[in-house]
Design a protein around this ligand. Sequence first.
Ligand code: DAH
Length: 342
Amino acid sequence: MRDRILNIKNEAIAQITEASNSEELEGIRIEYLGRKGKINELTGNINELSSEEKKQIGILINEVKTTLENEISSKEDQLHIKSAEWFDPTIPGIKQDLGHLHMITQAIQEIEDIFKQIGFVRRRYPEAEWDYFAYTALNFPSDHPARDEMETFFIDSPENKKYGKMLLTPHTSSGQVREMLRVNSKPPIRMLNIAKTYRRESDASHNPLFHQFEGLVVDEGINITHLKGTLEYFVQHFYGPNIKVRLRPHNFKFTEPSFEIDTTCTICEGKNCKVCKEGWLEQAGSGMVHPNVLKAGGIDPKKYSGFAFGWGVERALMMKSGVKIPDLRTLYSTDLRYLRQF
Ligand code: DAH
């Protein structure tokens, strides 16, 4: 009897050691420790024994039971079954911190999408650019003070014989003649150049780095109504369907005629508020491409005409959100308490 018990014990331990999952382990528990299991079967035979033997076998059987229970439970631990059983799928998960695109990037994507709908293709042109494309090709006389007025950053590097000094482009207009040359001076052109621009200015309303988007359309028969229609389409999709556009005569070297673009105030919708001037906001510059600029791009101004506009992304963004940013430079800060709001 004693040997049978010890054999059963060893057999059970061998099986427990080899068990590789909780189902197997449960099977072993039932086989040996269950109500009709091998251990209980043995206790059925105990009546044949003398009372002294009964006592000793009883003790042994209890020992074996405890040993097997302990073995099973430590094997369970080993298989991490215990901890797995503690897994509660109803406990709320830990929320991961999610980032998002910077609001300027969001605005750029939105602007690009709006213009894409009417056939504008986004292009990128150098930020470190030649004076020629930023000024000379745009009809600025070589000694024109604009290079200073625009607070240009010049790069301390050798001049190019044809293109002059190198600079950080102060406006996206420097992409105009580059685009004309890219298409081998063969219109139609419908370009949107969105890029970083740089000027030596830093105060509450200026950051040395900012962004502009520039539209350029060149084809046969392009006139001011195309310019105005395009601008109306943009502002109504960007700011809202009730926003109106007004073109105010101005002077830019690279357009003739030139206009400043005003829109009805995006905050009060034209009623007159603290942000606007009698219901209007100054937004951007535009005009009909100057014949000399077309010529610099190898395009015949007698056959083709075009319009262009240049707009600040930061300004457009502020006017859209209605958020008055007391210091524009905070837009570029890395303070998450600020950035998370957008
Ligand atoms: N480049 C001008 C600026 O940065 C804005 C501008 C004015 C762009 C008139 C244009 C334009 O394309 O036609 O101030």
